[in-house]
Design a protein around this ligand. Structure first.
Ligand code: S3P
Length: 169
């Protein structure tokens, strides 16, 4: 049995889908952002503000390396920028089956327009920022993915169902 890994842009539903999927598949859920926050004793926003994005990216890579040595029976929800590093994509591929929850920029914008926890989307023109980042990242997400699930207009349970059906035993 291998890990089930959820990747995709901020707000695509990785954490929420991960929780439902963990009940459904009876596996524990690990969330890379939450684990980094726990280990560092501060929020992702504080890490970005105090140490910069690059330090956070290094923490993500180090965490993936460590996870490779842990039991591979989990659901792993990842931070939205994690698959951008090529090394991380290789590590993800070794960790398990990778599902890309793909969403349109407008869907992401609607979900995150009142959110204050994503440092990369703060300030002017969040929709413009989402579109630009997504253009830059889509190729990386696709390259990392074993399965792509288009989540626009889908109910949470439908997304969970699709993934559950596609998980290799
Ligand atoms: C980021 C996404 C966030 C978090 C950090 C950076 C990104 O995770 O890791 O704010 O670069 O897209 P979510 O995808 O869970 O929001």
């Amino acid at each position: 049995m291998q890990n089930v890994i959820l990747i995709g842009f901020m707000g695509c539903g990785k954490s929420t889908v991960g929780i439902r999927l963990s009940y459904r598949l009876k596996r524990t859920l690990e969330d890379t952002d939450k684990r980094i926050e726990r280990e560092q004793g501060k929020t992702v926003s504080d890490i970005f503000a105090q140490q910069g994005e690059e330090s956070f990216r290094e923490m993500e890579t180090q965490l993936l390396r460590r996870m490779g040595k842990e039991p591979a029976v989990r659901i792993i929800a990842t931070g939205g920028g994690l698959p951008v590093r090529k090394e991380n994509r290789v590590l993800l591929g070794r960790l398990g089956q990778v599902f890309y929850l793909r969403a349109k920029p407008e869907t992401i914008y609607e979900r995150l327009k009142n959110d204050t926890t994503r440092p990369l989307l703060r300030g002017e023109d969040p929709l413009g920022k989402i579109k630009k980042l997504m253009r830059e990242r889509d190729g990386a997400y696709e390259a990392a993915a074993d399965v792509i699930v288009d989540v626009d207009g889908m109910e949470l349970e439908q997304v969970v169902q699709k993934i559950a059906e596609a998980v290799t035993p």
